[in-house]
Design a protein around this ligand. Structure first.
Ligand SMILES: N[C@@H](CCC(=O)N[C@@H](CS)C(=O)NCC(=O)O)C(=O)O
Length: 208
């Protein structure tokens, strides 16, 4: 589709938050699920050399990857959607802080949990302790950002950082109820974000 976005993703992957942002914006977009076959991965690498999702084709035909960068770009490109505070304000500085925090810490630890065998030259032999440390890190990172919730990451105003946190906290290994019992403000946050029409639509698409 010319003049619209094309989102490359997979069900249950980090493309969920980008899709939620596109829905909030109301921008036309095509959503493509990338298969795991070698040919599909080779095609993905032509667009995104990391071979990962999400990747986004912009309306001018260029491509970008890295979920945090995509979210920051979409919020800046569509200010009327109010997905971030105005650029240059101290509220925007805090927005950048938390989006980068989520990417560099929460997303990073969740990848160590689910791809633990990639983090040692011994492969699966070390996966168990690597995943255990990653799980501890993930909970510590979620605990830190939960301290900021009031009820959203930036206070009273929703931003796309909230959708990012909601997605990443939803990937909690084990019982999410226990996570929310330990971090009740995170449980309240999750309920608020999950009830947004854009998130309801996109979570249903990812669960279908
Ligand atoms: N730093 C990247 C991480 C993307 C990433 O690792 N995505 C996962 C899915 S959530 C993926 O593509 N995994 C497939 C693989 O690594 O083989 C981002 O934030 O976009």
């Amino acid at each position: 589709m010319a003049n619209s976005y094309t989102l490359y993703g997979r069900q249950g992957s980090g493309s969920l938050v980008v899709q939620a942002a596109l829905e909030e914006i109301g921008a036309p977009y095509e959503r493509i699920w990338v298969a795991r076959e070698p040919a599909a991965l080779a095609r993905l690498r032509e667009l995104n050399p990391t071979g990962r999702v999400p990747a986004l084709r912009l309306p001018d035909g260029s491509f970008m990857f890295e979920s945090a960068a995509i979210l920051i770009h979409l919020a800046a490109a569509h200010p009327a959607a109010h997905l971030a505070p105005p650029v240059g304000t101290s509220a925007h500085a805090r927005f950048l802080q938390w989006v980068v925090y989520l990417s560099a810490n929460v997303y990073e630890s969740v990848l160590r949990i689910y791809y633990a065998d990639r983090y040692s030259t011994r492969g699966p032999a070390d996966a168990e302790p690597i995943a255990a440390q990653a799980t501890a890190d993930y909970h510590a990172h979620l605990g830190l950002i939960s301290e900021a919730l009031d009820p959203y990451v930036l206070g009273a105003e929703y931003s796309v950082a909230d959708a990012y946190l909601h997605m990443l906290a939803g990937w909690c290994p084990g019982d999410r109820g226990q996570l929310h019992a330990r971090l009740p403000q995170l449980g309240r946050h999750s309920a608020l974000v999950a009830a947004r029409p854009a998130m309801l639509k996109v979570e249903a698409d990812h669960a279908a």
